[in-house]
Design a protein around this ligand. Structure first.
Ligand code: NAD
Ligand code: DAU
Length: 335
């Protein structure tokens, strides 16, 4: 099988490529990635010589046409993925998440290639902190940020291409991932690398916001389950019952690093900050028989801290630029 993975030099895409090369020797993997600030060629070092890497933009119609013509399956991870960046400048989010997805869909339609679309639970907006409800596949779309609205738009493009053109596509919407190779702009790696560099972790607002954490390997095993067994045209929610508030995450990182759990700072809240995400993954579990492997967030977090401790050369070059970008956007958003 010839597999085209977009965004394979990013966090989840790179982990997906590692897993695929290890578990599925019959799959011939090509990665298409623009290597934005979030893409890192070094994340694919573990599979060097075993995949084909193409440096390019998913919104480039000629390049995409050529690659899709030679694929049996496209798994689309490439995106601008960070909410904070989308508040500072939404422009690349519209380009990649909407125009890029549209470009892929048109090529997939031309060559009738099987397509799997990676998306997020943020398309559903947020839930109240004291609400027992969780997102299901029937929850109405209600995105809050430029990031989540462009992801919602891309999901709707896929649904329309299925209905109008008979595209052979599935969609998965997953909750917050953690694990190795995640860019240091994101919450968990930002706080781990803050602690490792002697900087106090930064908690937005009151720290009461809740995210539904899932290990990246569980996300990717679910993606392969949907590709192997999912029904064409369907959406599957991916989650592993990992609801935790942000303050608890920071305190646990500090404690696991042998620090005072209260050695963090509260900083200005993110504008429009979603309160809580929670996934009901019943359809994935009952219809497709998927189960997560990482059931203990604390031990998954400890392993992730160890990974960052032992891969300083992977993340250190990003760290200064990331913190400088945070300072710039705080100035812009602060008016
Ligand atoms: P990431 O930011 O780490 O990686 C994105 C990758 O896409 C990078 O390698 C980047 O270079 C590449 N890219 C960006 N624009 C491109 C373009 N125009 N053409 C080609 N490549 C381009 O993102 P991630 O966290 O790995 O997320 C991957 C996907 O999973 C995204 O679609 C995201 O919406 C979705 N998702 C993420 C999470 C999460 O917790 N991180 C949860 C659910 C869904
Ligand atoms: O739910 C899935 C989504 O999860 C994905 O679609 C996104 O691509 C991914 O980035 C993530 O979005 P969040 O906005 O939830 O993730 P982030 O890591 O930016 O923040 C997680 C929580 O931590 C959020 O409530 C904001 C808070 N936060 C974040 C940072 C960077 C802090 O308190 N301090 C920080 O420094």
């Amino acid at each position: 099988m010839r597999l085209l993975v977009t965004g394979g030099a990013g966090f989840i895409g790179a982990n997906f490529v590692h897993r695929t090369v290890a578990d599925r020797p019959d799959v011939d993997v090509t990665v298409l990635d623009k290597l934005t600030y979030a893409g890192n060629r070094a994340s694919l070092d573990p599979v060097a010589g075993k995949i084909t890497f193409v440096h390019g933009d998913i919104a480039d119609p000629e390049l995409v046409d050529r690659l899709v013509a030679n694929a049996d399956l496209v798994v689309h991870f490439a995106a601008e993925s960070h909410n904070d960046n989308s508040l500072a400048d939404p422009t690349p989010f519209v380009h990649t998440n909407l125009v890029g997805t549209f470009t892929l869909l048109e090529a997939v339609r031309r060559y009738d290639v099987r397509y799997h679309h990676i998306s997020t639970d943020e398309v559903y907006g947020d839930l109240a902190l004291d609400d027992p409800a969780k997102f299901t596949e029937a929850t109405p779309y209600n995105p809050s940020s430029p990031y989540s609205s462009t992801k919602a738009g891309s999901d709707l493009l896929v649904r329309a291409w299925v209905r109008s053109f008979g595209l052979r596509a599935t969609i998965s919407n997953c909750s917050n991932n953690y694990g190795p190779y995640q860019h240091v702009e994101k919450f968990i790696p930002r706080q781990i690398t803050n602690v490792l560099t002697g900087v106090r972790p930064k908690l937005y607002g009151s720290g009461a916001n809740v995210r539904d954490w899932i290990h990246v390997d569980d996300h990717n095993s679910a993606v392969w389950t949907v590709i192997d067994k999912g029904r064409i045209g369907e959406t599957y929610l991916i989650g592993a019952d990992g609801e935790t508030d942000n303050r608890t995450v920071v305190e646990t990182v500090l404690e696991l690093c042998g620090m005072d759990p209260e050695a963090f700072d509260f900083v200005t809240d993110r504008p429009g900050h979603d309160l809580r995400y929670a996934i009901d993954a019943t359809r994935l579990r009952t219809e497709l028989g998927w189960e997560p492997q990482y059931r203990d967030f604390r031990s998954g977090l400890a392993a992730t801290i160890e990974w960052y401790r032992s891969h300083e050369t992977w993340w250190m070059p990003q760290k200064t630029a990331t913190e400088a970008a945070y300072e710039r956007s705080e100035r812009i958003l602060g008016g």
